[in-house]
Design a protein around this ligand. Structure first.
Ligand code: ADP
Ligand code: MG
Length: 398
């Protein structure tokens, strides 16, 4: 689960991290009071969406101006003007995709005097089973580009969970960022704070880009992006309460209600598969035959007719879907249950695109019989290869 920048900063502040003062606003009328509370003389109005690259982003509406999604303001009137322009407008960044995201919240923050911008992040490293830090002097930029072109400018290290952050970790960060004296001390303290916050809140990723040195000689967290391990959210009702469903894909929210593992993608072929590995293989083979999957969907091992129906509805509700491939291996799952679920769903929501069903495993004959006797226009396939070719062909012929 992801949260907004201002929420992430509030959490980091609880743990003692240096963040700027700021006020979140949802309505234009709140802008003036927020700006007055902060006092100035410099303010920054920041779009709150679950995507990065806001500073260099562009609003779709001409009325929102062309100054990007993060704006400096030198007076209260300027703050108000920017809030008016940005609230409700759609921001497109490198991370939102071409459709962009509507900005429903803004964060008004005190402006910082920036001396230097660094990059600092923490994530769960599966290879070492530890929390790893990534540090670079090249903050504010696309870290992927830095990693690609100048990998020597990125320093990584992991923290042993038995000891937590040690003084040498602080020295590593200070050295990587060329910090000495008091700033080096601040860096050590910050790494300790971030690690504690990361572990205590079950984060899966914490990215500070930029971490800055101010002209006054202090380290400060200027941007913060945090993701949490969804499997641990039950331990953190306070974090769960920060969820902003308007930032999530409506189809993914619906899927999570039915306990389906669903990820929306950009392609044309909707997939309904049981088992994550088989779902990945199905997506691969669709690509092999020249088309793209519209989603990842794992209905799980013990799916019921109701669950299959829900899954089918989510796929057909996606206007991008031009064909559907159901690929089920009946192990724990019985093929006849799948067949009944598919038929129930087709009868309920109708079928406007070609549907290929490939069943294999427990009760496969019964499953196929149910489908062929249903009178519905379903194309039957014998194996994965056959199924992928048939759905691609059917979609191209429409
Ligand atoms: P994003 O990464 O989505 O573009 P950031 O929060 O990193 O958004 O902001 C982009 C840039 O705006 C930063 O690199 C920094 O230069 C500037 N900026 C952000 N917040 C402030 C602030 N409070 N004071 C001064 N400049 C800021
Ligand atoms: Mg940033």
């Amino acid at each position: 689960m992801n949260i907004h920048e201002y929420q992430a900063k509030a959490i980091l502040k609880e743990f003692g991290a240096p963040v700027s003062r700021g006020v979140a606003v949802l309505k234009v009328e709140q802008a003036e009071a927020a700006a007055k509370e902060l006092g100035g003389p410099l303010w920054v109005v920041k779009s709150q969406i679950h995507a990065g690259g806001r500073g260099k982003g562009k609003f779709k509406e001409a009325s929102a101006g062309d100054k990007g999604g993060v704006r400096l303001a030198k007076s209260i009137d300027e703050v108000k003007e920017n809030v008016k322009q940005m609230l409700g407008a759609t921001l497109v960044t490198v991370q939102t995709g071409p459709a962009g995201k509507q900005v429903n919240r803004l964060y008004i923050e005190e402006g910082a005097d920036i001396e230097k911008e660094f990059y600092l992040s923490a994530l769960v490293d599966r290879a070492t089973s530890r929390v790893s830090f990534v540090v670079s002097t090249e903050g504010g930029m696309d870290i992927e580009d830095v990693a690609h072109h100048t990998p020597e400018k990125i320093k990584t290290f992991s923290v042993d969970p038995a000891t937590g952050v040690m003084p040498h970790h602080g020295r590593t960060v200070a050295q990587a960022l060329n910090l000495t004296g008091d700033l080096a001390k601040q860096a050590g303290k910050l790494v300790d704070i971030l690690y504690k916050a990361f572990v205590a809140k079950d984060m899966s990723m914490l990215e500070i880009n930029p971490l800055i040195v101010t002209k006054q000689g202090d380290l400060r967290v200027l941007d913060a992006k945090v993701s949490f391990d969804s499997n641990a959210l039950y331990r953190h009702p306070d974090v769960f309460a920060l969820r902003d469903e308007t930032e999530e894909d409506a189809k993914e929210i619906e899927a999570s209600k039915h306990d389906l593992s669903y990820v929306a993608l950009d392609g044309d072929i909707g997939c309904m598969v049981n088992g994550a590995g088989l779902a990945m293989a199905t997506m691969d083979i669709i690509k092999l035959y020249g088309m793209e999957p519209a989603n990842f969907l794992d209905v799980g091992g013990g799916a019921t007719t109701e669950k299959v129906t829900a899954a089918f509805k989510i796929i057909t509700a996606d206007p991008n879907v031009k064909g559907i491939l159901v690929n089920i291996f009946g192990g724990i799952m019985r093929c006849d249950v799948i067949a009944e679920g598919v038929i129930a769903a087709v009868k309920e929501v109708g079928l406007k695109v070609p549907l290929v069903v490939r069943l294999e495993g427990t009760n496969v004959d019964l499953g196929k019989k149910i489908i062929s006797e249903s009178g519905l226009n379903v194309i039957s396939a014998d194996d994965l290869d056959d199924a992928a070719q048939k759905i691609v062909k059917a979609v191209k012929e429409v």
